[in-house]
Design a binder for this molecule. Structure first.
Ligand code: T3D
Length: 261
């Protein structure tokens, strides 16, 4: 399928979606939302894809909503519908994928773009990248799960100040605060992302998806609830082919060949 606003590429078990409107810092248009839905459906439908990378073309990861779509006559836009149908659906789809999601933040990530970036299971950023909760600059509140993830990841004080001030958070600071996994030199981002994604693409995919469910639930669960959940998820994991292979490879003292089943 031909795309206008994104690139969708697969390489073995890894799919890469590149937001591709660099002239507007990959701002998200209605067309981009449509194309993202199409690409994510292809990812969901594929049995071969076992890791998704989301990144941006040019000097930005994504500058959030395309504001030129909004400037003409904001009053006539059904924002609730737009957020439900586009942004919330995107975040829910990304968080619901049964494969790991790596966001490779190649540059500026602003507004919805910042919070889409933070949706990755593993967030790796170029050292020059910046995260901006830009919403307040135009009189909006953070969306795309920002008000959920930010206080949980970096605490209320930092979440509030970042969102209220709309200041830039450089990637090294984001790493130091635990907002992202790590930043790497700009010229190493592509290679590091590829190596990471290929590694994840060869891992026990179902266990990774179950693990995500456990971590998501742990945010609100008590220890007792979490212990029960871990037991239930472990039961599911023990029934996968990959668990059998993991055990055999251990006994036979050879590397495991996981299939994601
Ligand atoms: O509406 C709803 O459905 C509600 C949901 C909202 C979700 C949201 O994401 S709201 C937040 C939207 N995003 C922003 O407010 C960020 C807007 N952009 C900026 O503040 C700045 O561009 C940046 C701080 C991100 C980067 O600044 P800088 O100086 O590095 O670049 P620039 O010169 O501002 O941008 C380069 C070009 O991209 C420029 O176009 P030009 O002048 O070269 O023709 C600029 O207009 C364009 N651009 C940047 N961001 C957007 C954009 N065009 C449309 N929409 C954008 N979001």
């Amino acid at each position: 399928m031909a795309y206008e606003t994104i690139r969708f590429e697969t390489d073995g078990s890894v799919a890469t979606i590149t937001l591709n409107r660099p002239q507007v810092l990959n701002a998200v248009s209605v067309k981009m939302h449509e194309e993202l839905r199409g690409a994510l459906k292809a990812v969901t439908d594929s049995r071969a894809i076992r890791c998704l990378v989301l990144t941006g073309e040019g000097r930005a990861f994504c500058a959030g909503q395309d504001l030129t779509d909004r400037a003409v006559d904001g009053a006539k836009i059904d924002f609730a519908e737009s957020i439900d149908k586009n942004y919330n659906r995107l975040i829910r789809t990304l968080r619901g994928l049964e494969i790991p999601v790596v966001t490779a933040v190649n540059g500026i990530a602003a507004g919805a773009g910042a919070n889409i970036a933070l949706t990755g299971d593993i967030v790796i950023a170029a050292r020059s990248a910046e995260f901006i909760q830009a919403f307040i600059r135009i009189g909006l509140v953070p969306d795309c799960g920002g008000t959920y993830y930010l206080p949980r990841l970096i605490g209320r004080a930092r979440a509030m100040a970042l969102s209220m001030l709309g200041d830039k958070l450089p990637a090294p600071q984001a790493e130091a605060w635990g907002l992202i996994w790590k930043c790497v030199d700009d010229d190493k981002l592509k290679d590091e992302t590829r190596a990471l994604a290929q590694r994840l693409g060869g891992m026990p995919t179902k266990a990774i998806a179950l693990m995500r469910r456990a971590f998501e639930a742990s945010i609100d669960n008590t220890l007792d609830q979490q212990l029960d959940l871990e037991r239930d998820l472990q039961l599911i994991a023990t029934k996968t082919e990959d668990f059998g292979e993991g055990m055999r490879s251990f006994i036979e003292k050879r590397p495991a060949a996981f299939k994601g089943r």
